[in-house]
Design a protein around this ligand. Structure first.
Ligand code: AHM
Ligand code: MG
Length: 323
């Protein structure tokens, strides 16, 4: 039976038509990222077969030079952005510095984490790619609220693409038969409350008192939350987008600023979560309002269903301000 489907490229074009004076450049940029995401997805799928996971420089069974998957993803996205002609410059979690693209007249600046969830790569669990897009500005380190779009690919049992621009969050699933992403989750809205909490609880003894109190509270109340932890932010955030719940990667005694990077992980995910009706919180502030102090700055983050983040905030304020 014939069913009407909307592919990602059709969707992006139709959205562009709604914007007066749109140049089409933004749609082309999303299409370039779409290509890169699909190529990475196909390599992720073949990873076990072609020994792509081996150490860099080793030969695989086909005598090809082996390249680590995260390095491959980083090089592919970097080359995609360079050759797009649409990007002024970019920075990656895997690179030390910002690259200004030579002779480019592009209007956009892109930050990306090429392969998030690195500890999952070798064990066939979900991983992903995260990106964040800004308009070029004199100031490289812009606040997260200035993002014009953000999104991520999730390489799981299906390949998912979540993309937020123009105030809406839409979800696409790769249809392997036609090789395109099709719109499967239009206008995602996070439930006000969800059944799960997500945190690496093995760091319990390192967490500040208010986080330990919060964890006891959500586990000991009459309707306790269940823990889910994918160890890949892309997978954990995707679950929260669909089912609600709360994600925490807070500060602890050893990782004083948490682990996640403001520009490559926190800002794009907070932008997506907030536009889907959830909220995000970092030690008393909205992370999207923070001015980054360096390219690789880390910061503690809590995000998810609005009412659950609000509940967490009370624990933070009680400990830090006594009210
Ligand atoms: P990565 O970019 O090196 O993969 O690190 C980020 C990942 C997140 O996806 C995930 O939430 C977190 O690290 C897990 O860290 P931990 O092993 O400390 O729980
Ligand atoms: Mg990462």
């Amino acid at each position: 039976m014939y069913r009407q489907i909307t592919t990602l490229s059709e969707f992006v074009l139709s959205e562009e038509k709604k914007i007066k004076n749109a140049t089409g450049n933004f749609s082309l940029l999303i299409n370039s990222l779409d290509n890169a995401g699909r190529i990475i997805a196909s390599h992720v799928k073949r990873a076990g077969l072609v020994d792509i996971l081996g150490p860099v420089g080793k030969k695989n069974i086909f005598a090809d030079e082996v390249q680590k998957l995260d390095e491959f993803a980083d090089l592919l996205i970097a080359e995609t952005l360079r050759s797009s002609g649409l990007v002024h410059g970019f920075a990656s979690e895997e690179r030390e510095s910002f690259e200004k693209i030579k002779n480019s007249h592009g209007d956009y600046v892109v930050f990306f984490d090429p392969l998030d969830g690195s500890s999952n790569i070798d064990v066939n669990m979900s991983i992903g790619t995260i990106f964040s897009i800004y308009k070029k500005s004199n100031n490289l380190l812009q606040k997260g609220i200035s993002q014009v779009a953000a999104g991520f690919f999730l390489y799981g049992p299906s390949v998912i693409f979540i993309y937020c621009a123009g105030g809406k969050v839409n979800g696409f699933t790769l249809d392997p038969e036609i090789g395109s992403f099709v719109l499967t989750n239009p206008n995602i809205k996070i439930p006000l409350v969800g059944p799960t909490y997500t945190i690496n609880e093995s760091y319990y003894s390192r967490y500040p008192e208010y986080i330990r109190k919060y964890l006891s509270h959500i586990k000991e109340r009459s309707a306790p939350l269940t823990q889910r932890y994918a160890a890949a932010m892309v997978a954990d955030v995707y679950r929260i987008l669909l089912k609600g719940g709360i994600f925490l990667y807070p500060e602890d005694r050893i990782q004083k600023e948490g682990k996640l990077r403001l520009l490559y992980e926190v800002n794009p995910m907070a932008y997506i979560i907030n536009h889907a009706g959830g909220s995000s919180f970092s030690q008393g502030s909205n992370p999207l309002e923070m001015t980054p102090t360096s390219l690789h700055m880390r910061l503690p983050i809590v995000l998810g269903s609005k009412s659950q983040v609000a509940e967490f905030e009370k624990f933070y304020h009680n400990e830090n301000y006594g009210h």
